[in-house]
Design a protein around this ligand. Structure first.
Ligand SMILES: [Zn+2]
Length: 210
């Protein structure tokens, strides 16, 4: 008689190859989620590594405002993950990577590597980052959306990240995979849909009224 125990090893192998994605604006606790998912692994034999883009210059690891820290490897490209034998690959601030890196994620999944990614989904204009769009097109097993407290109205419903330059919303168009420098030129606010300022917001409301 076939029991659940007979099929479980196969089922487990298949279920281990998963793509889990954590998305949300600035200050929505994405890093804390990543820390809680990954930090127990350091006490296991699971081979894992957490990657961050070299362009992320503020922190030396994944840190959360609520405490906790993960050691990370800074890379220009996720291709580095293909050179190692890893069971789990995690990526923080995935929106800072490019479309080539999402192809790497695809290769890792084919290899049987579990991949966990966290990042900001919507850019400074309220549009999906090209990298995140490509990521969602891989058909993740889970996508969890985190919310933050709106820096304007203090409602716990911030979905967007407003980028400010000299205190004013920065709404200029950037190239496809171009991300903003993380060097202090810009400041960032988590904002709800109502408080978020979109490009052409003034003319859009005038059009609606007309
Ligand atoms: Zn608000």
């Amino acid at each position: 008689m076939t029991t659940i125990d007979d099929v479980r090893p196969v089922a487990r192998t298949a279920s281990q190859v998963s793509l889990d994605v954590v998305l949300g604006p600035m200050k929505s606790g994405k890093s804390l989620t990543l820390i809680s998912m990954l930090s127990p692994l350091q006490f296991t034999r699971v081979r894992h590594r957490v990657y961050q883009s070299e362009r992320h210059v503020r922190d030396t690891g994944v840190t959360s405002r609520s405490g906790g820290e993960l050691a990370t490897t800074k890379v220009a490209s996720l291709r580095a993950a293909l050179d190692e034998q890893l069971d789990v690959v995690a990526v923080d601030e995935v929106h800072m990577f490019g479309l080539d890196d999402i192809r790497v994620v695809e290769q890792l999944l084919r290899r049987g590597t579990r991949v966990v990614l966290a990042g900001i989904d919507l850019d400074h204009r309220g549009e999906l980052f090209a990298t995140v769009r490509a990521l969602l097109e891989l058909g993740p097993d889970t996508v969890s959306y985190r919310r933050a407290v709106c820096d304007q109205c203090r409602d716990f419903s911030a979905t967007h990240t407003q980028v400010l330059r000299a205190g004013e919303p920065f709404l200029e168009h950037l190239g496809g995979s171009e991300a903003l420098p993380d060097d202090g030129t810009f400041t960032y606010e988590a904002r709800c849909r109502s408080c978020f300022v979109r490009p052409g917001a003034g003319t859009a409301s005038a059009t609606t009224r007309g």
